[in-house]
Design a protein around this ligand. Sequence first.
Ligand code: GRF
Length: 208
Amino acid sequence: MLKTAIMVSGGGTNLQAIIDAVESGKITNTELSLVVSNNPNAKALERADKAGIRNLCLSPKSYSNREEFDRVFTKTIMDAGIDLIVLAGFMMLLPKELVQAFQNRIINIHPALIPSFCGHGAYGLHVHEMALEKGVKVSGATVHFVDEVYDNGPIVMQKAVEVHQEDTPETLQKRIMEQAEWIILPKTIDLIANGKVHVENGKVRISD
Ligand code: GRF
């Protein structure tokens, strides 16, 4: 059973997609062990409560310095015996020591086709503003492993979504969530939970 921790900061629609996929059997061999938010007001925490998933808020503001926060954050994950960390709209850089301890065991969902529209500062609606500003005809979402650099680790899965002429950042975000994010993130978790995702020379191979 893959003990999974999900990190959230906002609405939690990706978390909800994961919860629904476990309940419907689309995700197998996985236990949603813990939800952690850095934002006490995140609607994602309510979603975790409703699903009966242990959840807590670890806010940097509650700690005297970033080192103390990083230590508590890392200890919480280690003590929970987590196998896979899922960043589902998590708006913080993870503690370095955690990333190093979880090499190729942390995945992130990014709302664009990496390497487009990614990296420091490219998050949330701003990603879609950048895509519309560039005039791309196709955008989408990416699931990738997390390393020390923003949006940089090996790509596991991507799904393309059409950009419409009349799109606003909000309409594009909604379409990418519905048609890409909420599909490829649960799918990736199921593949990892069933030993089908392999990283070789920095590239991901998925066995059938
Ligand atoms: C999603 O668009 C995700 O791609 C990005 O942050 C947003 C989180 O939304 N990383 P939600 O909290 O899952 O609704």
